[in-house]
Design a protein around this ligand. Structure first.
Ligand code: URA
Length: 256
């Protein structure tokens, strides 16, 4: 029979019983918990659906998908389109724009930053905020600029929420696109800004140790440097950045 008691009455009755010393609730009919559940017999010759587990959906490997999509891109615009249609990175869902690149494709110097921030996400261009303005001044100091002889991109084309560090899995699935980006842009050398780009391109981090030392990746000379956002917070490190820029200038001279 359905109880017509409201919540407060039921609660008052329960409390009254507890006051009387009730410490257990026991049903009117005993339950034999050792008894196995009886199953209806199967008709002969038929297999229950539960006998054959449903085929597992094939796990999609985002790195594999990214590699195939990146390899298939034959131009920078094709690569951009491939990244636009890549749906396996959750950062895409929270971003306003895909930030692909800025500057001159085919320039001798390609700069690789980490990920777009708020301003870059809004404008769809890398390095347009305060760190970007400092980057422009740093490049100008060695006669480089995005209007004629520098090309700029990021490891991640989508802004991470609250500018958090990208996760290793997010970096891993975007590296094939970055590698293809370098192949298609054909710079003479790469400048890596900060730890995330070092991790993506060199598979290492520890920018204080790596910076200023030439490395090689994807067939190109690579110069790791402090990120301009870090230099804004630690201006006394600009001296090291200046030394690294002079290294880049000297290498460009030697390669020409
Ligand atoms: N920091 C980066 O690494 N990239 C940008 O585009 C902006 C800030």
């Amino acid at each position: 029979m359905e109880s017509a008691l409201d919540f407060h009455t039921a609660r008052a009755l329960l409390e009254w019983q507890i006051e009387l010393g009730v410490s257990e609730t026991i049903g009117d009919v005993p339950v034999n918990r050792y008894q196995l559940e009886q199953k209806a017999p199967k008709p002969k010759g038929t297999r229950a659906a539960s006998d054959t587990p449903p085929p597992k959906p094939k796990a999609v490997d985002p790195v594999d998908v990214a590699q195939k999509a990146a390899r298939a891109a034959e131009s920078l615009s094709g690569l951009r389109a491939a990244m636009e249609s890549f749906d396996l990175c959750d950062l895409k869902k929270g971003a306003r724009n895909l930030v692909f690149s800025d500057g001159q494709a085919g320039a001798r110097v390609m700069i690789i930053g980490e990920a777009p921030g708020r301003d870059e996400d809004r404008q769809g261009k890398p390095f347009v905020g305060r760190a970007g303005q400092l980057l422009d001044r740093m490049l100008a100091a060695i006669d480089l600029n995005r209007d004629s002889n520098a090309y700029i991109t990021n490891v991640l084309p989508w802004r991470p929420p609250q500018n958090r560090d990208p996760l290793p899995a997010e970096i891993g699935m975007m590296v094939p696109f970055l590698k293809r980006h370098v192949e298609l842009a054909q710079p003479d050398l790469l400048i890596l800004m900060g730890n995330i780009s070092c991790r993506a391109v060199l598979g290492k981090q520890g920018i204080t140790r790596l910076r200023g030392n030439w490395a090689e990746a994807w067939g190109k000379p690579v110069m790791p440097m402090f990120h301009p956002a870090y230099l804004l917070r630690q201006p006394h490190m600009k001296r090291a950045a200046w030394a690294d820029l002079l290294e880049v200038k000297a290498r460009l001279g030697a390669l020409s």
